[in-house]
Design a protein around this ligand. Structure first.
Ligand SMILES: [Zn+2]
Length: 260
């Protein structure tokens, strides 16, 4: 069965410090991202987008994705990918496109024309677990329609904001024309999901401090190397359930030292 390590990035900074307003935990230096690509290539990984990878049957795949549509997707990530002839998925929120700190439609169009895959991260970045069924369907339907209308490229993938996935999300997404949902639970993606066609594919969040030896270890050792991240993720899921999203975000901001 084909398998892939699916990496989830956010913003890239031109120097070591995160840009003003960006989440420092999720922002990594652009040079560090370039190091990841070069180290993974040297280790034999087949790097590319999930959109393209899901059509292939590689067992050495590493999928590259960016959530949120940060302005650095265009200014930093695009040239680094293009220099290496690589493609990635960019999960964006149409309601944020063109606002301060985010890519505009003209930038996303240039990225799409360069072979990048522009996909849905919902319409407004509201957590899907906070929406009733009809609002959830609107987020999925309108975000897909707006991206397709602006870029003329089919939207086939959905990544729920914050990885928050209400039960039945993949089935709802499929009914609205998406072919796969990528979540935030760490793990190795396997497809086609013969036994469970509505499964949510795992992704590994790359955060500040994840240097290339660690990322290569995830690729080479797979599930075993991801075990500490999986245990930590389950702990965070439990904390969110116990505290609720609002209180959880405040505690997280205090622990990580970012703005509340
Ligand atoms: Zn997000």
């Amino acid at each position: 069965m084909p398998r892939a390590l699916c990496l989830m990035y956010h913003g890239l900074s031109a120097n070591a410090a995160a840009p003003l307003g960006a989440d420092p935990h999720y922002t990594i230096a652009a040079t560090c991202f370039a190091d990841h690509l070069d180290a993974l290539t040297a280790a034999g990984a087949h790097l590319g987008s999930a959109r393209d990878g899901l059509q292939q049957a590689s067992s050495h795949a590493v999928w590259l994705g960016f959530d949120d549509g940060d302005a650095s997707n265009y200014s930093q990530a695009l040239p680094i990918l293009q220099e290496r002839g690589l493609r990635a998925d960019f999960f964006v929120n149409p309601a944020r496109v063109g606002t301060a700190g985010y890519c505009g439609w003209s930038e996303l169009r240039a990225m799409a024309e360069a072979g990048m895959s522009i996909q849905s991260h919902g319409l407004t970045h509201t957590y899907f677990t906070h929406l009733d069924a009809s609002h959830l369907r609107e987020e999925l339907r309108v975000s897909k329609a707006e991206i397709e209308q602006h870029l003329g490229q089919p939207v086939t993938l959905l990544a729920p904001p914050g990885g928050r996935a209400p039960s039945g999300l993949a089935a709802t997404a499929q009914a609205l024309g998406y072919s796969a949902v990528l979540g935030s639970a760490p793990g190795i993606a396997r497809w086609p999901a013969a036994k469970n066609p509505t499964a949510i594919l795992p992704r590994v969040a790359v955060t500040a401090g994840h240097l290339s030896p660690r990322v290569v270890q995830w690729f080479q050792r797979g599930q075993w190397a991801l075990l500490p991240l999986q245990i930590r993720y389950q702990g965070l899921v439990l904390a969110k359930q116990l505290l609720g999203d609002g209180r959880y975000e405040k505690v997280r901001a205090r622990l990580l030292g970012s703005a509340p």
